[in-house]
Design a protein. Structure first.
Length: 252
């Protein structure tokens, strides 16, 4: 039975991942900073309130995990935040740091504390949630795009360092994912660009070759695949689940 940790696993993509792994029979432990969302996690999935950007909290969580489980098979470093929607010159440093802290520092600390357990057992899979913003520049989203690019660099380095120990690392790049978080992005971009929410939505959809948004379950199913033996030699890859993004700047 696989032992799976998912950061930001109480809602959205993380919750879809938790449900998908649980459906395979895996033991699943999610972390989140949203206490209300954590209260909705179903029986059978463990839940802990943890700030992924806080090293002491992350160390404490992984120490508890080691005592309870003895090891870890799958890490889904999924935590992140959308950050501000503004031109570079209008982004406050505090907002930049909040976005990169949750998104990049959280991924780094997750890998930092998971790696020793996986190395000891000479096996494991790390799955990082990046974004199509990790392969394009995104106007008005500098902190988010920078953090998601960096997550891919972190993943590729982890794959090189950990591969000799039988550990794989990959990144999933979701595109526009239906749900509350994307709705917040749509509203913010509409306000910043003087457009309607529907115009921005259509711009995102038109920017993919399949003319569509994706759903959280599509991302979750890729995570399950990457953690499985079917992907036993897939490592160091940044794999988009996005309907093929062609244009990262939504227009009408």
């Amino acid at each position: 039975m696989s032992r799976v940790v998912i950061t930001a696993g109480a809602a959205g993509i993380g919750r879809a991942m938790a449900d998908a792994f649980a459906a395979t029979g895996a033991e699943v432990w999610v972390t989140d900073i949203d206490a209300a969302a954590l209260s909705t996690v179903p029986d059978g999935i463990r839940a802990a309130k943890v700030d992924v950007s806080n090293e002491d909290e992350m160390r404490g969580f992984f120490n508890e995990l080691r005592k309870e489980w003895g090891g870890l098979d799958v890490l889904c470093a999924n935590a992140g935040t959308k950050g501000p929607t503004a031109l570079i010159e209008d982004v406050r440093l505090a907002d930049w740091r909040a976005c990169t802290g949750a998104t990049l520092d959280g991924a780094f600390l997750s890998a930092k504390f998971a790696a020793p357990m996986m190395k000891a057992q000479k096996s494991g899979a790390m799955i990082f949630t990046s974004s199509t913003a990790g392969i394009f520049g995104y106007p008005n989203r500098a902190p988010y795009a920078a953090a998601k690019w960096a997550v891919i660099g972190l993943m590729k380095t982890a794959a090189m360092e950990l591969g000799p120990f039988g550990i794989r690392a990959n990144a999933i790049l979701p595109g526009a994912v239906e749900g509350p978080r994307m709705e917040a992005v749509l509203e913010a971009e509409a306000a910043a660009k003087g457009m309607t929410r529907d115009q921005v939505y259509q711009g995102y959809a038109a920017g993919t070759s399949m003319r569509t948004f994706v759903e959280a379950r599509d991302v979750a199913e890729m995570a399950v695949f990457l953690a499985s033996d079917a992907a036993r030699y897939v490592s160091g890859q940044a794999i988009a689940v996005d309907g093929h993004t062609e244009n990262p700047d939504p227009k009408v």
